[in-house]
Design a protein around this ligand. Structure first.
Ligand code: PMP
Length: 398
């Protein structure tokens, strides 16, 4: 069998295409504005994004990206280590560190590269990496790279500090990295940051919280660490710019010595071009906006609570609570894909999520600040009109 035989034999996507239920790579015509996007020429309510603060269409953010292109051009044209370093990067790093309460920050080109770059640079021979079993793929892949250079990799039960403590007690070294998402983007639940911190402190392990989905939303914009009252006690935090910071890229926050180490040793940092001027400036403008709005509770949270209650009252057994994400489970792939398609046909876009992204078949419904009561009422009336079609499928999961 030649190498590409597996590609010729790959049928999963075609099976969904053949029955008109392929949900991936939807091509939107333009951004989601006012919670609405255009898909295949029709307007849909966008309930499948990560732009929780709706800043990707914010005038200041767009203006900052345009100004950066005018002043710096379109590319950083090389790794920051050699020639792609801009004052824009350093200004953003200083503000990130200040806002999130760390000594220093380091930007990467994506959130994915941030996690891969941090975990693989910090853990190697003789070290242990402990991952929440639901941790994001980028943390998992970082751990695989660490394993290739000799680290031992373990998984602890989802959001279970007791299981983590049991496993940490079983290894005879303090040289351990514990990594978890802050908010789990499909389940919508939050890591028990205070308890994880206590366990890590007890065993001398370094805790890394990837708060890709918590920044901008929780803890006055500072994320789940702040919300848990753990500011100053979690040594490593990562984030992405592609959620509430309305751009592209990511960053790690830590003490100054750790950041200096990563600046000079993390391979995705030193062998990849610096973040583009437009992306850097957009993330910085979004950060300023998040800081400006820090004292007000994000509308995304109240919108999600309102929608969750309405769906619950309609008989939908929606999970979650206290986050912008509402997960809705289905018993199998076909029922979930059919529901996703039906909702799109009625003008509501949700994310179809299936293994390996999660352990079940579910729709991920995500609210943003743009989901005003009017927008939500329209969505609720669609769910109400589709009850007869959706509820029987849904109930089978109960
Ligand atoms: N971490 C988590 C928890 C994520 O959900 C994602 C993807 N949104 C990433 C990291 C990777 O971020 P990026 O899209 O910037 O690569």
């Amino acid at each position: 069998m030649d190498l590409l035989e597996k590609c010729r034999a790959y049928a999963q996507a075609d099976e969904a295409r053949d029955v008109g239920l392929y949900p991936f790579y939807p091509a939107f015509q333009g951004p989601a504005e006012g919670g609405q996007a255009v898909l295949d020429g029709a307007e849909v309510c966008m309930l499948g994004g990560d732009d929780y603060r709706a800043l990707s269409v914010n005038a200041q953010v767009i203006g900052a990206a345009q100004d950066a292109i005018a002043l710096y051009g379109t590319s950083s044209a090389g790794p920051r280590l050699l020639n792609g370093n801009l004052d824009l990067h350093e200004d953003l790093e200083a503000d990130l560190a200040d806002f999130f309460g760390y000594e220093a920050a380091l930007i990467f080109s994506t959130g994915y590269m941030t996690n891969i770059g941090v975990v693989s640079a910090l853990a190697g021979r003789g070290d242990h990496v402990f991952l929440d079993e639901e941790a994001h793929a980028s943390l998992v892949d970082g751990a695989w790279l660490a394993k290739a250079s000799g680290a031992a990799v373990h998984q602890f039960a989802h959001n279970d500090p007791t299981d983590l403590a049991r496993q940490l007690a079983a290894v005879s070294t303090a040289s351990a990295l514990v990594a978890t998402d802050g908010m789990f983007s499909v389940r919508g639940d939050l890591a028990p940051v205070a308890d994880l911190t206590a366990v890590c402190e007890e065993f001398g392990a370094a805790l890394l919280v990837d708060d890709a989905h918590g920044v901008g939303v929780f803890g006055r914009g500072r994320g789940v660490i702040e919300q848990a009252g753990m500011r100053g006690r979690v040594p490593l935090m990562t984030l992405t710019f592609s959620t509430s910071l309305a751009s592209q890229g990511g960053a790690v926050l830590a003490d100054a010595k750790t950041i200096d180490f990563l600046r000079h040793t993390s391979r995705p940092q030193i062998f990849s071009a610096g973040l583009s001027p437009a992306d850097t400036a957009a993330a910085h403008a979004a950060l300023r906006e998040v800081r400006r709005r820090a004292e007000a509770e994000p509308d995304a949270l109240s919108a999600a609570e309102y929608l969750r209650r309405a769906l619950d009252a309609l008989g939908y057994n929606v999970a979650g609570g206290g986050s912008p994400v509402i997960p809705m489970r289905f018993p199998d792939q076909l029922s979930m894909l059919s529901a996703q398609r039906l909702l799109v046909e009625h003008g509501v876009y949700t994310n179809a999520v299936l293994p390996p992204a999660c352990d079940s078949y579910q729709l991920r419904i995500a609210c943003t600040d743009a989901h005003t009561p009017d927008v939500l009422e329209a969505v609720i009336s669609v769910f109400a009109s589709l009850r007869e079609d959706l509820l029987p499928r849904y109930r089978q999961t109960a």
